[in-house]
Design a protein around this ligand. Structure first.
Ligand code: 6PG
Length: 226
């Protein structure tokens, strides 16, 4: 798997934004529109603020969430709020309706199919990497790891919150999947991901086109591909 090493967190954010921009421009040129799915956490927001400053065909881009925590709409933990704050005000973002439980997961799966086909083929998916090797909300020991039919599913409580998440079938079908990984605390998980260590959930993402953008702290000792 290709690894790009950035010399700082800010450079990693810029590289991630540039990658999304290129994928979006290609998709719009080839198909007239683009679909982008973004994970939560802390890392992606600087990247999306960089993206927001770019001259993209915003009306032709549909943003989806990779995952969302089951918490109140105004809760700091709600990924959607950070997503909305980071992107331009006119960005089209499909929020995961976590307040609607199982019906919410089903309706989100339907929205994905309407936008990206059956099974959904998303143009570019951003993933984070947990220190325990989780990605999206595909977390260790959760039955959602074995979900192969539903494209959107609920996890059990993880770090105190249930999460609605895209499942492996959607991640694996994407035209491009990239991880944005920063911080020394991700060093071990990143080495496991790059080594294809099947003991971590992230290593089971089998999309054809995958790459990692990592800062020097996370990538310490790893070899970047040319
Ligand atoms: C979530 C995320 C999660 C995240 C990783 C990395 O909602 O918690 O989707 O999978 O991507 O935990 O998080 P950081 O970006 O904060 O390191």
């Amino acid at each position: 798997m290709r690894l790009e090493i950035a010399q700082s967190v800010d450079e990693a954010a810029r590289r991630g934004a540039a990658l999304i921009a290129r994928a979006v421009e290609t998709a719009v040129e080839q198909r007239g529109y683009a679909t982008v799915a973004v994970s939560g956490g802390h890392t992606p927001w600087a990247m999306l603020r960089e993206l927001a400053g770019m001259p993209l065909p915003w009306d032709s881009i549909r943003f989806f969430q990779v995952d969302e925590r089951d918490c109140d709409v105004d809760d700091e933990d709600r990924n959607f709020n950070h997503l909305k704050e980071s992107l331009p005000h006119n960005a089209q973002i499909e929020a995961m309706p976590v307040e609607r439980g199982d019906a919410g997961a089903a309706s989100y799966a339907q929205r994905l199919t309407e936008a990206a086909g059956a099974p959904p083929v998303i143009d570019v998916i951003h993933l984070g990497l947990g220190a325990d090797g989780h990605t999206a909300s595909l977390v260790p020991g959760d039955p959602v790891l074995a979900e192969t039919r539903q494209t959107v599913a609920w996890t059990r409580p993880y770090q105190g919150l249930r999460r609605m998440t895209l499942t492996y079938p959607v991640l694996d079908a994407a035209r491009l999947v990239f991880w944005l990984v920063t911080g020394a605390n991700k060093h071990r998980a990143l080495r496991q991901l790059l080594a294809g260590d099947s003991s971590i959930a992230a290593a089971h993402v089998s999309a054809t086109c995958r790459l990692v953008i990592a800062d020097a702290d996370a990538a310490r000792g790893s070899d970047a591909c040319p």
